[in-house]
Design a protein around this ligand. Structure first.
Ligand SMILES: [Zn+2]
Length: 342
């Protein structure tokens, strides 16, 4: 059997035509609402999270209310989870540095990174540039590691970027507290309303590269499974909430826009680290195409018609799509039969 080019063309057009009619869905993308980023009055242990963000105590009830009152707006709920192994590259103490030392005047820690042959985010690797090529770093003006440990030097990038520098590229890394450890406080607050059907996407699971975005790691070379998962669910619109407005919410929203999603950031259902970077993030997200709204705007939204269709519109939509599909299927069968006979 051979299939003609005309048949391929027809099937491609039919698939696109059908796609336009496929239901477009929405998801609530809840970024990093975990014990590690929350204040003690909402964490499961009652202790402040390992990288506690201000005013998160008031965030959880807002998120719960959104889900309780407006579940009809979200065909699915995705929760990202920062999920680090010990000695993670984003931890200041991994490099003998104080948490937040990137704010002390020298900027973030320079890194040299390599894309893994496996293409897996888990295998991505960065090494402090100081360990790869010390002569290229001026520790008077740039942040340098204060210690050198085997745990850091085990990063494949530390070897690869010395031997074959052309395979590597430069980036920088902020220095955080040890946070969201896989065997620590990376779980979700018990006060947060969740369902077993929620999709959970873990990030920052590899020791040698960080991931602010739920879609890509910080090298921007490797994708998590989130984009595929959303596509498989026909999700085209993302309502983004969570922590932190100026880091993981920001980078997730930008990546979602790049990937073609319609992005709605619910500003007062996010919490940020610093007012000036929060403001800059909101401005940039809006400039790049995100809608910035408030919880009140969402509460004022009607449930989509598809959830509570009127009898008239329901039958009209069903008949319209049904007859359209029938024609496509019938013509498709005729063309395929013709291909078989050719
Ligand atoms: Zn992290």
């Amino acid at each position: 059997m051979k299939t003609s080019g005309a048949a391929y063309t027809f099937l491609a057009i039919a698939a696109r035509f059908y796609g336009a009619y496929a239901a477009e869905k929405s998801a609530l993308l809840m970024i990093d609402v975990q014990n590690c980023f929350c204040e003690g009055n909402v964490t499961s242990t009652g202790e402040d999270g390992s990288l506690s963000v201000e005013d998160t105590a008031s965030l959880i009830p807002v998120l719960n209310e959104l889900r309780e009152e407006k579940a009809c707006l979200f065909d699915s709920v995705v929760r990202s989870q920062d999920f680090h192994p010990s000695n993670h590259i984003s931890f200041g103490p991994t490099h003998g540095l104080d948490p937040f030392s990137h704010l002390a005047g020298k900027g973030e820690l320079p890194l040299r990174c390599v894309s893994p042959a496996s293409g897996l985010m888990m295998d991505a690797s960065c090494c402090p540039t100081y360990h790869v090529d010390p002569s290229s770093i001026d520790c008077e003006t740039q942040l340098c590691p204060a210690t050198t440990t085997d745990a850091v030097l085990e990063a494949p990038a530390c070897t690869i970027c010395q031997e074959t520098p052309e395979e590597c590229f430069d980036t920088t890394q902020a220095m955080w507290t040890n946070h969201c450890l896989q065997d620590g406080d990376s779980d979700f607050p018990s006060m947060l309303n969740t369902l077993s059907t929620d999709v959970i996407v873990q990030k920052g699971t590899g020791t040698f590269v960080d991931a602010y975005s739920a879609f890509f790691d910080n090298t921007q070379r490797l994708k998590s499974e989130l984009d595929n998962t959303l596509q498989n669910m026909d999700v085209t619109t993302l309502y983004v909430v969570g922590i932190a407005t100026d880091y993981c919410v920001y980078y997730s929203a930008l990546d979602a826009l790049k990937l073609g999603y319609k992005v709605v950031v619910i500003e007062d259902a996010t919490r940020g680290i610093a007012p000036e970077t929060v403001e800059a993030a909101l401005v940039d997200m809006a400039e790049k195409g995100a809608a910035i709204v408030n919880v009140a705007d969402i509460m004022a939204m009607e449930c989509p018609a598809k959830e509570v269709p009127s009898p008239a519109s329901s039958s009209a939509i069903t008949v319209g799509i049904g007859s359209h599909n029938s024609i496509l299927v019938a013509v498709g069968f005729v063309l395929l039969a013709a291909c078989v006979m050719m």
